[in-house]
Structure formats: structure tokens, C-alpha cells
Design a protein around this ligand. Structure first.
Ligand SMILES: [Cu+2]
Length: 129
């Protein structure tokens, strides 16, 4: 019996220390996963147009401002935004729309011309006509 109590205490402690952001949803206790990542975290890549470090900051800030996004990392050379997010809270579509609002075209949404034109010169990624 003592062993059981000790085991339970340890399990409870681990559950609490890992429970950051997961509190409230403890239905899946029988499903033990070895992965460190949160079960509901999803990975995705989204193509986002940009041209400099300021763009990187702007794009990542826009993505991270969305509740549920845990990782946002934009690569200037590949024009790819790597995302990790809680699929229960948000979606790639929502992230894409938020980024387009800051002036950056994504593979899903186009930025408004007015917003795009207001970007600093170094950030103009569209070819000049
Ligand atoms: Cu820029």
C-alpha cells in the first residue's frame, strides 16, 4: 500500500509539473505518450513573403500574437514560416490572416495594398512594376 501511495504521489507530481497549459483537460490519462510535446500541438509550414530582418520580426510577432501559437520561426531565404500551435485553439488559416494584416502576402492570403504600401522600403518584397 505504501508503495502505491508513493507511486501515486510521484505520478501526481509529474502531472503537475508537466501540466503547464494543459490544466483542465485531463481526460486522456490512459494515453501515455513518450513525446515531450503537448499532445495537441501541430506543426505546419506556411509560405510568407518578406525581405529583411524587420519582416522576420513582424511576421513572427504577428504569428505569436495569436493564442495557441507556441513556435513561429520565419526563414528569409526559404520564405517559409515554421509553426507549432495548439490545433484546439487556432489554425494555420487564422495565423495566415493575421500575418496578411501586417502587410505580408502568404500562400493563403494577400495583404491589403494600403498596408503593404505603408511598409518600410526595405520590406517591399513585391516586384516593382
Ligand atoms: Cu522587412
Amino acid at each position: 500500500m505504501k508503495k502505491f501511495v508513493l507511486f501515486f504521489t510521484v505520478v501526481a507530481f509529474i502531472a503537475v509539473s508537466n501540466g503547464c497549459g494543459n490544466s483542465g483537460s485531463q481526460k486522456k490519462t490512459s494515453e501515455t505518450r513518450k513525446e515531450e510535446k503537448s499532445q495537441s500541438d501541430e506543426q505546419a509550414t506556411l509560405k510568407v513573403q518578406g525581405s529583411c530582418g524587420m519582416c522576420k520580426t513582424r511576421i513572427e510577432k504577428a504569428a505569436k500574437s495569436i493564442d495557441g501559437v507556441t513556435v513561429a520561426n520565419w526563414n528569409k531565404d526559404s520564405q517559409q514560416l515554421h509553426l507549432q500551435f495548439n490545433a484546439k485553439k487556432t489554425s494555420v488559416d487564422a495565423v495566415s490572416k493575421a500575418i496578411a494584416k501586417t502587410g505580408h502576402d502568404t500562400e493563403k492570403d494577400s495583404a491589403d495594398d494600403v498596408v503593404y504600401n505603408a511598409l518600410p522600403g526595405c520590406c517591399k518584397y513585391r516586384p516593382k512594376v
